[in-house]
Design a protein. Sequence first.
Lengths: 255, 332
Amino acid sequence: MRRLIPDTLVLAERNLLRLPRQPDLLIGFTIQPIMFVLLFAYVFGGAISTPGFDDYKQFLLPGIICQNVAFGGFVTALGLAEDMGKGLIDRFRSLPAARASVLAGRAVADVVTNLLGLVIVLGTGLVIGFRFDAPAGEILAGFALLLLFGFASSWIFAVIGLSVSTPEAANGIGFTLIFPITFISSAFVPVESMPAGLEEFAEANPVTTLVDALRALWLGAPAGNDVWLAFVWCVVLIAIFAPIAVAKYRRAASR
Amino acid sequence: MNGAGGGPAIEAEGLVKAFGEVRALDGLDLHADAGTVLGVLGPNGAGKTTAVRVLTTLLRPDRGRARVAGLDVVADAAALRERIGLAGQYAAVDENLTGIENLVMVGRLYGMRRKAARARADELLERFGLADAGRRIVKTYSGGMRRRLDLAAALVARPPVLFLDEPTTGLDPRSRLDLWEAIEDLVADGTTVLLTTQYLDEADRLAHRIAVVDHGRVIAEGTADELKSRVGGERLEVEVADATCAAAAAEALAPMAADEPVTEGAHVRMAVRGRDGAIVEAVRRLDAAGLDVRDLVVRRPTLDDVFLALTGHAAEPQGGDRDDAEREEVAA
């Protein structure tokens, strides 16, 4: 256990070193989010009415940033599936490194890539006219919430990556799960505009809680319990998925 | 340097490991003295890789016990990982890192400081002829270079016991030879090596002792010469002109065989008692039976013969496996 932190950092460094050498991945979380921001802001923006917000861009930015962070764990799923397939997991496990460091190293590296993605999406938002409307402390709390959510997302994706045999399958499952979950939420449209059934799902969706919390922290939108509930959700997701990921890692690696 | 102090470096007794219905290990016993090479020889699915995974603490055995470098593979697993190196058939290096980055990462996961890990990485790259390629991303390496880097990664912490799981599968002959020489150097320095292989010539060249494994257990154990002498004397191989006559040829030759003649296509193979006069006698018998012979040879037995005699099937990898190895090489 004493070695968990140094070993995690070594493996996080490894994951980050790899990143610039995988241009396809890099495009995935640099160019793609910019494209999404622009498409939503200018293609759908005019057609979606968002009562309580000056402008659709104000409404959109917190939502699209949450979606982006929800996808942040993708690199973990792809990387783990690849490591399993290529036998690197065996190498790591044959070394005297801390057991959990392979997964933790992924999650920590994701925090860094999420931060990078955040800067890119937020930068795009600022360019097209998004403006914060809250005290600095709350804006920072919003960033903290996003990084915590990203960390939770990494563990969910770790479970996906360890459940499949190829990076391609991880890709497929990840997209089919995360797309509906992030879209059927308050991320892009007010949930009241959805048909019954979907609206209930969206209300209960933790992504909605998270997005509403972020709108409260960054724009001063009315929040209710959303802010503290969002933090609780993140912790609950980590508490559920981290042990599953570790158990799956143990089992998958000893095949 | 040598952890086992002249005693056994690897000792396994009655290892059993089942995956569902399949018993990958079914009472496997292995023994290697410190400073020697133990060759574990067997076809695909014989349990070689499972044995390596148990001995390197990656897998807990269902039953049985094993000690490596004096440490129990289950009870002392954490301490044992400091004393072993593992290199596998899949060249488990990160292809998106450079050679140096790979070795430094492994060194630091062994608990070395960055500077020490870097120095060790440079030393190993030099030793394996990768000094010039060290700053290149592994993706650009050839199959042989990757395998050497994989071996280097296994040696970062100077482990007294080294496990090599089919280290040359899928390599071209030149690269195999390079790797063999590297392994021989290590053994000269006192490292104990357990080497699994499907290649009999590899075991013949590198291993002091050979354990022949099939269906998860050792079916024969000894030096290459001991194993060969177990097959009996010289081997006679006949190729008849017409494959449909192979059975007739086997029948004609049966009286001079030391074991049951084996026919395969137009070929007939068998052990004969004593070399003297075997060729003349064989030609005379085949001639008397009115059979045309394309080729006829008497030779010393190889490990192939040992394997065939012990298991009833050949040891060389099936066509499909070789294709896999090659496909991997191309894809990689």
